[in-house]
Every structure is written in C-alpha cells, then in structure tokens.
Design a protein around this ligand. Structure first.
Ligand code: CA
Length: 230
C-alpha cells in the first residue's frame, strides 16, 4: 500500500509510537496528532487518504473531531478507535461521520485490514469514479446521504426505489435480470414477484427519466432484464 498518507490521532505515547512504527513499516506515510485540536488542524489542512482517530482524547474527543472535520468538508475515511464497545458509541460515531470502528484492545493485523478496506472503499481520485456521489443527466445521487436530486431539487424516492437505483449504478452498463434484482435488492425474505421489480422500475423512470415512455437511463433488455445506461 505505497504512497498513502495516514493521520494517526492517538494520545497514548506508547501506542502512538507502536502504531507509527508498524504503519510506517507497512509503507504508509504517517503523520500524528496527540490531541483533538491538532487533529482537526491537520485533517483540515493537509490531504490524507485515511484517518485513524482515537475517541478518548484530551482537548476535544474523537466524536467532536469527526463531526468538525466533516462539517468542514473533509471526506477522508475515518476509522475510530475506542476502549468502549457500547452500541451507542458506535451509532454516535457513525452518525458523526466515522466510516468504521475498532474497539481497543485490538490486534495490529486487524487495524491494518480495516485501513486497507477503507482505502479500497474510498473513491479513487485516479479513476475519477466515485460511488459516493454519482451523476447522470440532470440527476445527482449522494449514496452516503441516500439523496437524489434533479437539477438540484431533492426527489422523493422510497427506500426501495433508492436501493434499486443504487444497485443499477453499481452495475451500470451490465444487464441485470429481474431475479437478480429481487435477490439483491429485495432479498429472499419478502417473496415478491418479478412484477414488483417492473413496478418499481416504472416508478423510478417516472421520477428520473426526462421522458419515462422512452427511457434513456434505465433500459429494458427484452427477455433478460434491465440495463442502467446513466
Ligand atoms: Ca486515548
């Protein structure tokens, strides 16, 4: 994993040093911050590929740091470290903008795996393709916020319509069968019919297509299913 810049926010000197050494040995360029204020300064002032953020910090805590840097537009993936494992902490952390969680104590190999997973998930600037934000025609889709806008105006999509659209975007250019959509978007449990898929596709077209009767984004592939061409 060469050429990746990592901000390590940890106030315990021993742990900071141990993680610094290990992450550097793995090929990361590691910068450190030992308190919340410095963490905000660094995270908003320099580009990083990933931020490892301890929750319990002097100054301001990790939740506050995550919230503040997200408010300032920093989209860098955040892996939070906490000594507490309560569900409420996870929920609060994820709500405030953390992308993943690791409870102390942890194995270093687990930390490395989580960091690599975040880097894989992060939009690659090299490819220019971001699945977090996707645009086609006059439509913009913010996958993270589950928000779809037409010329900047929010569209009212049901949860299922959004999941269906998201699946189309993730598989754009590929023909997807009704059975695949049923399985992947609806799951086995609800037992809907393939007709359900057609109905939801029709609703999506009504909301997204300039001319729903002549779709240009969600195309019908006769006898096979659908293809997203956005
Ligand atoms: Ca700490």
């Amino acid at each position: 994993m060469p050429d990746k810049r990592l901000l390590l926010v940890e106030d315990e000197p021993g742990l900071q040093l141990a993680l610094f050494d290990r992450l550097t040995a793995e090929g990361y360029t590691v910068e450190t911050a030992g308190d919340g204020n410095l963490a905000v300064t660094r995270a908003t002032g320099e580009p990083f590929d990933v931020i490892v953020l301890d929750v319990m910090l002097p100054g301001r805590d990790g939740f506050d740091v995550a919230k503040t840097i997200r408010q300032q537009g920093v989209q860098t993936p955040i892996l939070m470290l906490t000594a507490r494992s309560q569900v409420v902490d996870r929920v609060v952390g994820l709500k405030l903008g953390a992308d993943d969680y690791l409870t102390k104590p942890f194995e270093t190999i687990e930390l490395l795996a989580r960091i690599e997973a975040l880097l894989r998930r992060a939009p690659s600037s090299a490819s220019g393709v971001s699945l977090e934000r996707y645009q086609f025609g006059d439509i913009t889709v913010d996958v993270r916020k589950a928000e779809v806008k037409l010329k900047g105006v929010a569209l009212d999509l049901s949860a299922k319509e959004f999941q269906l659209l998201k699946y189309f975007i993730e598989h754009r250019g590929a023909t997807v069968s009704r059975d695949e959509l049923l399985q992947e978007v609806w799951g086995y449990s609800s037992m809907p019919s393939t007709r359900t898929v057609d109905v939801h596709v029709a609703w999506l077209r009504q909301k997204l297509e300039p001319n729903p009767r002549v779709p240009q984004f969600i195309l019908t592939v006769h006898g096979l299913g659908y293809k997203f061409a956005g």
